[in-house]
Design a protein around this ligand. Structure first.
Ligand code: KG4
Ligand code: ZN
Length: 351
C-alpha cells in the first residue's frame, strides 16, 4: 500500500492549522492562533478569525513545508475542513485549498472537522492502532459531540451533541463570571486545584430521567452557567446586606464545583454510550481534553467500567491541520475518490 503525502488545511475556528502527513506518519503540524485577538471580546469573533486566517495561511504553509522538509510539488493531495465551523473562517481555508490543488494539479479532499478530530488519534505514534468500534467524545470551545465510530472512513454516527453552549464555551463564560481572563478553561482548571468540588451542588444538564427522553447522549450547559451566575449574584447581594460579614466569593470552590459538574456529565454520558452500544473503547478529543480533572475522571471511571480510554497528545487534540491531512490520507488509502471542486464551506456540515 503506497502512503500518500497529504497537506491538510484547517480554518474552522480561530486556529490556522497546516499539517503534513505521509500515510499515518506525522511530518509537521503548524498552528497559528488568533486567540489573543479574541481575548478582549471574551470569545471568538468570526470576522476577526476569518481575516486572521487570510493573513496566517501562506506563512503557515511555508512553515509546515520547511518543518517537514517537503517540497510543495511533492504533495500527492490537498485536504481541507469544509465544515462544521464558522462560515467565513471555513471559506478562507476552502478557497486556499482549491487554489493550491488546482495550481498543483493534485486531488482535493473536503473533510468533516469532527471526523478529523477522531483521525488525529491515528497520528499518535505511541499508541496501538485505533480499534473499532469506538465511542468518541469531542469537547472544545466550538463543539461537544458524542460519536459512535464503526469505521473512520465510512461509518461515523453522531449520537449526541450540545443543545446550547459547547463545554469549552461554558468554561469561558463561567471564567468571565469569576473575573478570570479568556480563554477560561485553563484558568478555571488552575483555580479549581485548591477548591472543593463538592462545595456547591451545581446542576448536571440533561441528566434527569425526565429530561433525557430523546436526549440521552445530548448535553446542555446553559443551565449550569445560569446556576453559577445566580450563585455569584446571591453572594454579592448577601454581602451588601451584611457588610460586616465576609461574603466574598470562594472562587476556588465555585470553579472546582463547576468543573466537577461539567466533567461528571461528560464522562457519565460517554460511558453510558459505551455501555449501551457494548463498546469497550472511548476516544477523547478537542481542546477541553487539556482539563486535568476530565482526563483523570475519564481514566478512573473508564477503568472501573472496563472501558479503555485513549487520549492523544494535546497538540493533536486541539484544532490542527494534521488531523485533516490524516483523515484524507485514510480516505485515499481506502480508495475514496477526491472531492469535485463544487463544494463550499458548510457551517453545519453533518458527520
Ligand atoms: O479545541 P480548542 O483549542 O479550540 C476550539 O474551541 O475549537 O479548544 C479551546 C477551548 C476553549 O474554550 C478553552 O477554554 C478550552 O478549550 N480549554 C479548557 C482547558 N484548556 C482549554 N477547558 C477546560 N479545561 C482546560 N484545561
Ligand atoms: Zn475542533
Amino acid at each position: 500500500r503506497s502512503e500518500p503525502l497529504v497537506l491538510g488545511i484547517e480554518t474552522s475556528c480561530d486556529e490556522t492549522g497546516i499539517g503534513i502527513v505521509r500515510g499515518r506518519t506525522l511530518l509537521s503540524n503548524t498552528i497559528a492562533s488568533s486567540m489573543d485577538e479574541h481575548a478582549r471580546y471574551g470569545g471568538v469573533v468570526p470576522e476577526v478569525a476569518a481575516r486572521a486566517h487570510l493573513e496566517a495561511l501562506e506563512p503557515a504553509i511555508h512553515a509546515a513545508l520547511a518543518e517537514s522538509g517537503v517540497a510543495l510539488s511533492d504533495i500527492d493531495a490537498v485536504a481541507v475542513t469544509s465544515g462544521p465551523g464558522l462560515a467565513g473562517a471555513l471559506m478562507v481555508g476552502v478557497g486556499a485549498a482549491k487554489a493550491l490543488a488546482v495550481s498543483l494539479g493534485k486531488p482535493l479532499y473536503a473533510v468533516n472537522h469532527l471526523v478529523g478530530h477522531i483521525a488525529a488519534d491515528i497520528l499518535d505514534s505511541n499508541a496501538p492502532p485505533l480499534e473499532y468500534p469506538t465511542v468518541a467524545l469531542l469537547v472544545s470551545g466550538g463543539h461537544t459531540s458524542l460519536l459512535l465510530v464503526r469505521d473512520l472512513t465510512s461509518d461515523v454516527e453522531l449520537l449526541g451533541e450540545t443543545m446550547d453552549d459547547a463545554a469549552g464555551e461554558a468554561f469561558d463564560k463561567v471564567a468571565r463570571l469569576l473575573g478570570l481572563p479568556y480563554p477560561g478553561g485553563p484558568q478555571i482548571d488552575r483555580v479549581a486545584a485548591s477548591g472543593d468540588p463538592d462545595a456547591i451542588a451545581f446542576p448536571r444538564g440533561l441528566s434527569r430521567a425526565s429530561d433525557m427522553a430523546g436526549h440521552r447522549y445530548d448535553f446542555s450547559f446553559s443551565g449550569l452557567k445560569t446556576a453559577v451566575a445566580r450563585w455569584v449574584e446571591q453572594r454579592a447581594a448577601r454581602q451588601e446586606q451584611e457588610p460586616d460579614v465576609d461574603w466574598s466569593l470562594p472562587v476556588a470552590d465555585v470553579a472546582a464545583s463547576f468543573r466537577e459538574a461539567v466533567v461528571d456529565v461528560l464522562v457519565t454520558k460517554a460511558l453510558a454510550a459505551c455501555r449501551d452500544y457494548d463498546v469497550p473503547r472511548l476516544l477523547l478529543g478537542g481542546g477541553v481534553i487539556a482539563n486535568r480533572r476530565l482526563r483523570d475522571v475519564a481514566l478512573e471511571r473508564g477503568a472501573a467500567a472496563g472501558v479503555t480510554v485513549r487520549i492523544p497528545p494535546l497538540s493533536l487534540c486541539t484544532d490542527n491541520g494534521a488531523m485533516i491531512a490524516a483523515l484524507a490520507s485514510e480516505l485515499i488509502m481506502s480508495g475514496r475518490p477526491a472531492s469535485t471542486l463544487e463544494f463550499g464551506a458548510d457551517s453545519t456540515l453533518p458527520v
